[in-house]
Write a protein that binds this ligand. Sequence first.
Ligand code: CDP
Ligand code: MG
Length: 805
Amino acid sequence: SGLQREVDALLADYLARKRTDSGNFPNAAFSRSSSTDSFATDESFYEQQDNQTSTNVVMERIQRRKSLQLRNQQAAWQESNDGQSMMEFRRSLPAQKERQSLLEAISQNQVVVVSGETGCGKTTQLPQYILESEIEAARGATCSIICTQPRRISAISVSERVAAERGEKIGESVGYKVRLEGMRGRDTRLLFCTTGVLLRRLLVDRSLKGVTHVIVDEIHERGMNEDFLLIVLKDLLPRRPELRLVLMSATLNAEMFSSYFGGAPMIHIPGFTYPVRSRFLEDILEVTGHRLTPYNQIDDYGQEKSWKMQKQALRKRKSQIASVVEDAVKAADLRDYSPQTRDSLSCWNPDSIGFNLIENVLCHICQKERDGAVLVFMTGWDDINTLKDQLQSNPLLGDPSKVLLLACHGSMASSEQKLIFDKPEPGVRKIVLATNLAETSITINDVVFVVDCGKAKETSYDALNNTPCLLPTWISKASARQRRGRAGRVQSGECFHLYPQCVYNVFADYQLPELLRTPLQSLCLQIKSLRLGSISEFLSRALQSPESLSVQNAIEYLKVIGAFDQNEELTVLGKHLSMLPVEPKLGKMLIFGAIFNCLDPILTIVAGLSVRDPFMTPFDKKDLAESAKLQFSCRDYSDHLAIVRAYDGWRDAERDRNGYDYCWRNFLSAQTLKALDSLRRQFLFLLKDTGLIDENMTTCNKWSRDENLVRAIICAGLYPGVSSVVNKEKSVSLKTMEDGQVMLYSSSVNGKEAKIPFPWLVFNEKVKVNSVFLRDSTAISDSILLLFGGNIQQGGLVSSFALLI
Ligand code: CDP
Ligand code: MG
């Protein structure tokens, strides 16, 4: 405490010498929290030459004191009883053996690539080793380590874990920052953040002033943000020779990254996991006696919508896979299986998620296998919910008080998160239903059984049709291995793969990098706002460059919506869009909603477009559900306005504590509406944070009830997604510029209409099945299209009128 007083006195001295208000930093959004960053970026500080030398001396003394204080604190913790037992656990991790060689490599090389099996201690240990060694070398106050994570939930959970390992609360020396949320203090030296957060910091601080180490985690996933960040960092390294870069990967394909950085040294952490037995579908059928139902009788697809999309995406793979299975059934390698199993296997449908099969496998585990948690890999939130509901009412799982059923996905609440990591009470079986989030970024220690459905949702993008889609696709061999490995953390385990071995054999080795399979609009905006020069030239320097057609499509789109001018430079709108961490079309709606003081409905629409559809269409009650939705539309020909009404009604019902009842009656998903509600709040916060609306929100809802204005803003966001409407005698004919004739989904409120008394529909997505289908649309007038359709010089209306001719 004596040291603390001295530090405080020095700080007071420093502040007294400083002329300007210290809260007013140029890039306050990011740098205010850490003392060195703040001092370094506070340019006014350097202006006063007279005072500079003496102030520098004071600064150095503050930092030296602070560093010594950190060193004492760290040593005291490590010697305490709790600290000792924590150290003992940490020493048992495989990464510990490489601690010294890792630290040496990092001090001697600007870039180091580290690989090691999941769970060996890369994420929690390596950044901590660096922090500890900096603190031991009395550089604690001047180091600033940033470790990026692809997902927000892992950034949060890992930082909490590391803080606990250091005997601290989160926000002391260890903190986190994810979109719209963060926990860090003045003295935070190790920051876990999402890759997106670091990219946005680069917008305001191009040379990462004050940062000493950047660690990019999970690079093997080849996420778009990570690939992008690597290009930016590669450019930055020569300008910041003292900056250290560490790349961490779960798999062994480190060579590619090493050669990208001119042959950077690679260090592999030999892992330790217990053996895991793989059981493929044939073995599962043999042990559980489950019978697969022939193809055309299967009705457990969940929602009809996803089934249609799945069918389209898997059509090509399906015939290949079906023939592989057929061959295998005939071939001698299944000789040892019972005729019943072989029979059943020939009924296997590659399109089906197989809820009944999963249920049977889980019953088998609960009844016959030893203790241990179960981790089930599903494709997404919808499947997880469907399965969870189905399991909750299954008596074969045993006494409900002895089964702890949990869901693990990107948007879960943090109270739920904690349960996932905690060991349940003895005798209670923990079953975690997860997306591929649990594949590498999250480690649940007590998992002994893994159930792998073999699929994951993957965004894919077809540059020729210029349509993005999010579809469940087969995972790669690398992912399947990864999933299996999750069962061997604490003892030997079992993995149930819900597909035949012969299908595993035809999986791709690795997944295609995201940069090559997603639309590049947001990325192009970022490249421009970071002033990184020509987009095509910049992207040609990526680890693997995207097709030039994809790049051209993205640039063209940004021009059409008015974010780029004709020279591919950012317009004012473009600059604002690049500051918002959402898709450009959603960003544009938010900006327009703020400018036109019509925020409330627009927040609902934007949040609604970011989460799943809140309107549910149960397979057997499709008509009832669709007419329930129709009631919300009030014949105003807009799915988007229907969401606004449904949400407003739910908000009122919640106030009267009738939320669930309201959802039940109206075929709405309470969970989705809750997610929508929280996202709405995040967007509002974001708009306040970027200064687009004022803190008190005095005027921003002045025109919220003006339905035409809401339509106009929807049009501003969704343009160029527009189709013409021609009312024929008994039906409506729709056309878009690229596709010609298009159709509406029957779940759209406009899909039911025999006549639409508006000349245009704007839509947020089209899906190609046999014909092109439009999802969620809003009818608009000529004048709205003229005034809000893209960029007025290009004449939204004029070009769209060509459709009618
Ligand atoms: O990054 P990597 O997969 O190599 O491992 P990690 O995330 O650093 O985890 C190392 C070990 O820390 C895990 O095996 C867990 O035993 C433990 N851990 C934990 O207990 N709680 C967490 N929230 C994270 C990790
Ligand atoms: Mg990790």
